[in-house]
Design a protein around this ligand. Structure first.
Ligand code: SAM
Ligand code: SF4
Length: 321
């Protein structure tokens, strides 16, 4: 499927639930009991929507949230998606805290790749980053279980919502070298206004180069369907940068988002949405849904407004990052 700017749309990110056990201050600052948790889509409803996307040429799906492991029908949905063989790739973005017990089962049900969020390796700083005490161990256990489970790929996502000391960066390099993961750094997006300030693309690159003592070599290789640009560390490890505010990737945008209340969102950073689940619950056929999605996608804007953007009405935890 192509949008009106000639971009091929081949990737869909599905937020399964907006419930979460963490309160990362840049995403979901308070403990919120989501009202829509009782209105979650059932696997058979997701399958109708996913069949439409498959017919439109979508190749990859990513399950996210909120915390996708809190979606009560996760195993059934994963199994059903996998059985259809509609998609080349099924991946997940998770905070990792429940993966210790679930990683192997998810891999066996057909999950190919997993991205785990980890904003600090220091226990006290980590608790600040997720808004709750004593959480780092569960996530480290989730990372270990994922590395042992046989996924095609494990990535770590680190949001830079603050400046790091060089000492922290030195420790970070030790973990990057020790773990068989692709580590990616994500610029803070102002879903909570201008409450957070982290390094820009150039500042982060300069700090990494200062600490490792030589320039980072850029790498052509792309790991997955995302917009990251990759650099090679002197150790030979590749790391990814996703700096959507100070670098705009909109010209290569290949994705749509589905929210846990069944809306299709055309852009992470704009509030243009279409309520697909209403159509499904009113008996739309898959053919009609295909047509509806195709037409709606033509409304996708060329780009977001960068740092001048208005704060989106839907917070990050209700969109799925
Ligand atoms: N709970 C899961 C997790 O934390 O990985 C999945 C949902 S979370 C919304 C998806 C990703 O969005 C995470 O990597 C998170 O760090 C990122 N994220 C959340 N709020 C953000 C913000 N304001 N700016 C940049 N990234 C953000
Ligand atoms: Fe929850 Fe993920 Fe948002 Fe953190 S970033 S509050 S783990 S949804």
């Amino acid at each position: 499927m192509r949008d009106s700017w000639g971009r091929t749309i081949e990737y869909v990110r599905i937020s399964l639930t907006d419930a979460c056990n963490f309160c990362c201050p840049y995403c979901r600052p308070q403990e919120i009991t989501p009202s829509s948790q009782i209105h979650l889509l059932h696997p058979h409803e997701w399958m109708i929507i996913l069949e439409a996307f498959h017919r439109l040429g979508v190749k990859a799906v990513r399950l996210t949230g909120g915390e996708p492991l809190l979606y009560p029908h996760l195993d059934e949905l994963l199994q059903r998606i996998n059985e259809t063989q509609w998609f080349e790739d099924i991946s997940m973005t998770t905070n990792g805290s429940y993966l210790g017990d679930r990683a192997k089962t998810l891999q066996q049900l057909g999950l190919n790749r997993v991205n785990i969020s980890l904003d600090s390796i220091d226990p006290d700083m980590f608790d600040v980053c997720v808004g709750k005490p004593n959480q780092l161990n569960s996530v480290l256990r989730g990372i270990e279980a994922s590395l042992a489970a046989g996924f095609k790929q494990v990535k770590i996502n680190t949001v830079l919502s603050r400046y790091w000391s060089d000492e922290e960066v030195r420790t970070l390099f030790e973990y990057i070298d020790a773990w068989a993961v692709i580590w990616r750094f994500i610029e803070y997006m102002p879903f909570q206004g201008d409450a957070f300030h982290g390094p820009t693309f150039d500042e982060w690159r300069a700090q990494l180069e200062r600490v490792c003592g030589e320039p980072l070599q850029s790498v052509d290789h792309v790991y997955g369907f995302g917009p990251a640009t990759y650099y090679r560390l002197p150790s030979g490890k590749d790391i990814g940068f996703i700096f959507s505010m100070s670098h705009n990737y909109c010209d290569t945008c290949n994705r749509l988002r589905l929210t846990s209340d069944g809306h299709m969102r055309l852009c992470l950073l704009r509030d243009d949405e279409s309520n697909l689940i209403n159509l499904v619950r009113n008996g739309i056929t898959v053919d009609e849904l295909v047509r509806h999605i195709e037409l709606t996608v033509q409304l996708k804007k060329q780009e977001h407004d960068g740092i001048d953007m208005d704060q989106p009405e839907r917070p990050m935890w209700r969109i799925g990052g």
